[in-house]
Design a protein around this ligand. Structure first.
Ligand code: KMH
Ligand code: ZN
Length: 271
C-alpha cells in the first residue's frame, strides 16, 4: 500500500478560541503548530488565515506571511483554503492563490453547512481551476456530497482539471453527507482509477473514518478545523496530539507514514 499522507487542518474558519483554547490563530501560532504537526508526521498543512482578533480572512498578505513562517521551519506541503468562511465572497476567496501555495482546495459544489449555505457556483469552480492551472498549484478537490465528484469530472471534460486528481471527502458536516463507513466506501468506488483520496471526518466521525481510510489505502486529514476533541468530552491539547494518534494507529497496522517529499511524489507535485 502507498505510504500514508496525513493532512493537518490546524485552524479552519469556524472554530473559536473560546471553544478550543489551543486553536492557533496568528501567523506565528499557525506556523508553530504546523511545525509541531510536521514533527509528529503530517506532510500537508491545510491553512485558513485569521485576523489577530480571530476573524477569518482570505487576505493574500496574511496567507503569504503564514507561508513564509512555515517555510522557515519545515518542508511540509502548504495547502491554502479557497473555501474560506461561508460569508466570504468569491473574489476574496480566490485571493489566497496569489500567495502561491503548492496546493489549494477546490470545493466541487454547493451544500448546506450547518445553518448556512456553502456556495460554489459552476462559474466560480471554473475560475478556481483555471487560476490554479495558470499558477501551477495542485488542486485538492473537496467533496461534501456525491454529486461533487461528477462536478469535478465535468471540469476534467472541459480541460480545466487533469486526471489523476486528489480528492478529500469532508464527511459529517451538518447539512451535507454523513460520515458512516458505507458513505466513504460508496464515494471511493465512484472515483476514476488512479485518483488519490483522503478523508476528513467532522467531529465524532474523525477517528473512525481515519482508521478505515488507513486500512482502505486512502489518506487522512485531522485537526481542529474538523474536530476539537481527543475523545468524547475531552478537548485535544493540540493538533499534534491528533496527528500523533493517527501515526500510532497506522504504524500498528503496518501502514508507513509519507514524508512531505514522498507525499509530493504520490500527489504528482513537482518541486
Ligand atoms: N470553511 C468552510 C465553509 C475549504 O477549506 O476549502 C469551507 C472549507 C473548505 O473549509
Ligand atoms: Zn478548510
Amino acid at each position: 500500500m502507498e505510504k500514508l499522507i496525513i493532512t493537518v487542518a490546524v485552524t479552519g474558519a469556524e472554530v473559536t478560541k473560546q471553544q478550543q483554547p489551543n486553536l492557533p490563530v496568528t501567523p506565528d501560532e499557525i506556523a508553530q503548530e504546523v511545525y509541531r504537526c510536521w514533527q509528529a508526521g503530517a506532510s500537508i498543512a491545510h491553512i485558513h488565515a485569521r485576523m489577530p482578533d480571530g476573524t477569518p480572512t482570505q487576505s493574500k498578505e496574511v496567507y503569504a506571511e503564514i507561508k513564509k513562517k512555515i517555510q522557515e521551519k519545515c518542508d511540509i506541503i502548504i495547502q491554502f483554503s479557497t473555501g474560506g468562511a461561508v460569508w466570504h465572497k468569491p473574489e476574496e476567496r480566490i485571493q489566497c492563490l496569489d500567495a502561491l501555495p503548492e496546493m489549494a482546495t477546490l470545493s466541487a459544489g454547493s451544500c448546506n453547512f450547518g445553518d448556512d449555505v456553502f456556495m460554489n457556483s459552476p462559474s466560480f469552480m471554473e475560475l478556481l481551476a483555471k487560476r490554479m492551472k495558470e499558477l501551477g498549484i495542485r488542486p485538492e478537490i473537496e467533496v461534501f456530497e456525491p454529486g461533487m465528484i461528477e462536478n469535478a469530472l465535468r471540469l476534467v471534460k472541459k480541460g480545466l482539471l487533469e486526471l489523476p486528481l486528489h480528492f478529500d471527502f469532508v464527511l459529517g458536516v451538518p447539512g451535507a453527507m454523513t460520515g458512516n463507513i458505507e458513505d466513504l466506501v460508496f464515494l471511493v468506488h465512484k472515483l476514476p482509477a488512479g485518483c488519490t483520496w483522503s478523508v476528513a471526518g467532522i467531529g465524532r466521525y474523525e477517528l473512525p473514518l481515519a482508521v478505515h481510510s488507513i486500512l482502505m489505502g486512502g489518506h487522512v486529514r485531522v485537526g481542529f478545523e474538523d474536530n476539537i476533541y481527543y475523545r468524547k468530552g475531552e478537548l485535544a491539547t493540540s493538533n499534534a496530539q491528533l496527528v500523533e494518534r493517527v501515526v500510532r494507529i497506522a504504524k500498528e497496522v503496518g501502514r508507513e507514514i509519507a514524508t512531505p517529499q514522498e507525499a509530493r511524489k504520490i500527489l504528482g507535485i513537482t518541486k
